[in-house]
Structure formats: C-alpha cells, structure tokens
Design a protein around this ligand. Structure first.
Ligand code: G1P
Length: 294
C-alpha cells in the first residue's frame, strides 16, 4: 500500500460566519485556548504520518505562511530574556524545512476547485485532505491516524463520517450506505450528495472534513461541473470516483467541532480548555460554576 505522505489543507475561505473576527486575520488562525485552530489540524496530520503539508491559500492569508516560519525578533527576545522553555516549544512545533507548500486559489470557486489547485504538488500518489474549519478531538489516535490505519487494511478511498441530527444534514455532504443502518466502523457506500434538503438526504451520516483519496480525483475535479451553491464540489467528484474505485466511509472515534461557526468555535474552546494541561482545573471549575449559575 502506498504510504499517505502528503496532505492538502484548504485555507482560502473567508470565514464569513465568524465576522468581524476574521476581517483582518485568517479564520484558521483564531486561537483555541493558546494555539491557532490550524495548529491542531497540522498536529493531527503529523500524528497520522503526514510529511508534507500543502496549504491552498488566498488573499489576506499571509499570517499562515508567517506562522510556519521562524520569527527571529521574537525568538531573539525570548532568548535574551532567558524564556528558553517557551522558545523551545515554539521552535519544536515548526514544520521541517521544505515540508510545506503554499498554492494560491485565486477565486472562491468551491472546495473541489481548491483541492484541484494542489494537483501539481500532490502528483501521482494517494493523499489526505483535512478541512481546518473542523477540529476533531480524539481520545487516543488522531482522526486522520485512525483513517490511515483503516486505509492500510482496505486501501482505496476513505472519508470520515459521523451521525448528525436529520435537521442538520443540509449543511453537509451526506453519504448513502450500501446497507441501511450499517453499524460497522467501515461502511460501504453506494452514493453521496452535497448539502441535500433534509427530505432527500440518503442517511444521517455527514462527511466530517477528513479524506484519504487516490490521485485520480484530480483528473475528475478538472472538469467537475458546479454543484450545490454554484461551487465546484469535492463531494460531486468523489461520487464519480466511487463508480471507478473502492470507497469506504469511516466512523472515527472522536468529537468534531465546526470552528467556522460561532457556536462550534465556542464548543471547541471549552472542550480543549477543560483538558489543557495548564488550565484544566480552573476551566472545569469555571464551567461547573457557570452551569450552576445559569
Ligand atoms: C464541506 C464539504 C462537506 C462537508 C463539510 C464538513 O462543506 O463540502 O461535504 O460535510 O465541509 O465540514 P463546507 O462546510 O465547506 O460548506
């Protein structure tokens, strides 16, 4: 089985659901406790063995490139002030030289188009996609790492799915399992559809924003017609790929948070704060006290 070495992280989106916070900073840089949301996603990918990160960026996303670079003035100041522990942490998290690529999506034509923009860097090997809006907090192995384990067994294409209340299916890509009510962790599929009206949704299993795909998807994306919302949808190209290659949906062990929305972001900050090594006790006490007060 070809190892999954590269991941595409589309970071060109405008973050309109959390304006004005995202007016001057990329939504991916919004802090969840003390780290940008994007750092959690990069860590998840690293945990899964990803060696090269391809960021699909857009206008006003320069802060992301700077974040993954050295910050000489800051580092020198920390060194002068003997804040060496903080300095070590900061530099340890930097990606290895040459392990990041940045490609530009010039117009917001949809997720499928964003992924296609990474085609030359991906080349002819299977790869992962992580949508950085979504943080997935897992008890042990990261969501993508769990998917790589599954991929090592069955190969082909794998997408992460989770159950969602039927009234919310129209916000997501939704899969049609081959066998209705399949309770396995790896689910065989017969279809998928992007943002279906509730009455037309084939199940309540939504696509979570983590994918392992074969490079053939890039050829299909090249001529993919616009779909839901007038955008080139990854889900539509995957539905075509399913006609040619093996495809599984994977029910991961973890909880996902949609940081692109106000409430999802709030949930994420709470979830990570109550487990943060430095503030867990205080955060838990606060949540309990607030809960009693409300
Ligand atoms: C995208 C995908 C969708 C998926 C969702 C997960 O939609 O197109 O299939 O369910 O991410 O968050 P978006 O939220 O970018 O509209």
């Amino acid at each position: 089985m070809t190892k999954i070495r590269k991941a595409v992280l589309p970071v060109a989106g405008l973050g309109t659901r959390v304006l004005p916070a995202t007016k001057a900073i990329p939504k991916e840089m919004m802090p969840v406790v003390d780290r940008p949301a994007l750092q959690y996603v990069v860590d998840e990918a690293r945990d899964a063995g990803i060696e090269h990160f391809v960021f699909v960026t857009g206008r006003n996303k320069g802060a992301i490139e700077d974040y993954f670079d050295r910050a000489y003035e800051l580092e020198n100041t920390l060194r002068d002030k003997k804040k060496l522990e903080i300095l070590d942490k900061l530099t340890a998290e930097l990606p290895m030289a040459g392990s990041t690529s940045f490609v530009r999506q010039q117009s917001p034509m949809g997720l499928g188009h964003a992924i296609w923009c990474a085609r030359d860097v991906i080349g002819d090997e299977p790869f992962a996609i992580l949508l950085p809006d979504v943080l997935v907090k897992c008890p042990r192995r990261s969501c993508l790492a769990q998917m790589v384990d599954a991929y090592d067994k069955v190969g082909g294409n794998i997408i992460a799915v989770d159950e969602v209340p039927m009234e919310r299916v129209s916000s997501y890509g939704v899969i049609a399992p081959k066998t209705a009510g399949d309770t396995g962790q790896l689910v065989e599929m017969k279809g998928m559809v992007e943002k279906p009206p509730q009455a037309e949704a084939p199940s309540n299993l939504k696509i979570t924003g983590r994918y392992i795909l074969q490079p053939r998807i890039m050829e299909l994306l090249k001529d993919q017609a616009a779909g839901a919302g007038g955008e080139i949808q990854l889900t539509d190209a995957m539905a075509r790929l399913m006609g040619e290659q093996s495809f599984h949906a994977f029910k991961y062990n973890g909880q996902d948070y949609d940081c692109g929305s106000k409430y999802g972001y709030f949930e994420a900050v709470m979830a990570y704060a109550v487990d943060h090594p430095e503030i867990a006790d205080q955060a838990r006490a606060l949540v309990k006290a607030k809960g009693a007060e409300l």
